[in-house]
Write a protein of this length. Sequence first.
Length: 530
Amino acid sequence: MRSVGASKVALSSISSQNLWKQTGRLDNGSEFFRFEDRKGSGFLLSPTHEEEITQLVADEVHSYRDLPIRAYQIGRKYRDELRPRGGLLRGREFIMKDLYTFDVNEPRAIETYNQVRNAYNNFFDELKVPYLVANADSGAMGGDLSHEYHFPNHSGEDEVISCDTCDLVRNEELVDMPETIVVSYNIEPTSAETDQTSLQKLNLNTWFGVSKDELGLVEIVVPETYEVNHYAVKALVSDLDSSGARVWKVNQPDDSPEYSSTLKDAGHQDKENTSNPYRLVIFDHRISQSDRQAFLANVKSDYPPLSSKYDLRTIEPAPSSSTPLRLTKFVDGDTCPKCHTGKLKVQKAIEVGHTFHLGTRYSDPLNALIAAPSSETDNSSEKQPLVPIQMGCHGIGISRLISALASCLLDSTGLNWPRVIAPFEVIIIPGKDHEESAINVYDQLLQSGLRHPSAHTSDDYIDAVLDDRSDKRFSWKLKDADLVGYPIVVLLGRDFDKGMVEVQCRRLGVKENVQVENLREFVLALLKEL
């Protein structure tokens, strides 16, 4: 954070619900811990701090001369996760580093965004663990530019796709949607039976969803060998109910009460709502025209049964669009949608960081305004108009990062921390009768004069610890060191009388006897690779 000129702040873990109402996020989120004080005022435990920091800046900053501002904090945040999992990977309380940036205009905000991205790249490079930087969907945070930082890992919840030919790397949540048109038909109720045999021959996979008002059945049709990408569906159908409750209903057996009441007649559901129920059928671009016609031919008598007229709707790419309507997840070997020549690789990954260019998503509704310089407007009068501040937010999940690194580097012996975050870089374990000599080895390794904290930035500094516990056996200490995950272990064993120590580094596969006088240079060489 120092590299981008950021100042450290501390924001309250309690936020006013009123702020979140102003930005429109209170009603759109279900992961808030909400509560009221004794006066009945609404508050929540902050899952993030865009509203709070923007309000603070709005109260204090009124001129472009006060910008830019870079403010960061490291603290606890809270989310009412539906399914906490993976220990620190996804919990209801977590520690996060979040940076908020404020700039006078968009070009400078983009410049700041790129500076922060470079700082993040430098940080993750220091860990020396493979990571991916993926273009991402900004989601509820807002803005139209964001990147995620991932560690490839089999236990990850995200799927990141990358091309072996071009620079495409993105989260599966980021989907390319064409301009679309809606085609509607009016369908009369019928008692005709569906030809299920002919439908099965089409080798199609169907996914059902329901609109939030319970009037629309959404039906996604894709090739049988592919899985539906729910993010693509949400991008197409903005009012899709994603809670899962109504989706569960439409998948009940034909004779269940839930089945017959899934899609209700509007006249019976709500007297003020005069809209007809509708069925929205959307085909993946791979479905042939003949298969579409065969599928729609059965739509009048197909599930669910309706008691009144309903509308049949389909969504198709606009004639002017060249982007295919892809509704499936990518799989290994698919053709790259960007260069159209490369092959894709799909990897499970753990997201540990995210950068967002927010624009005026929060500064506008919270009135974080400044008097812009005259060059920013066409108004040549003395009093310049007020314009919203351009913002960015950038986060690294500290507790998640620790858990992700542990998962990526864990082996059958124990943890395996990167040098830059290990509790110590080197541990010295003396065997029996070598306890006094171990102190000399420790001093030689550190060269005494480099113990001062100011030397920690030196390339020659070694952060070491001596295991001088007298109540533990040598073998126990060795197993404990492996379990804790020290990058380098120095053992004073049976060959120490010959002037030799054993140096172990599991990440590099090193297990070698080294002369004591060469120990420091040998360890420094290993540390440069860690």
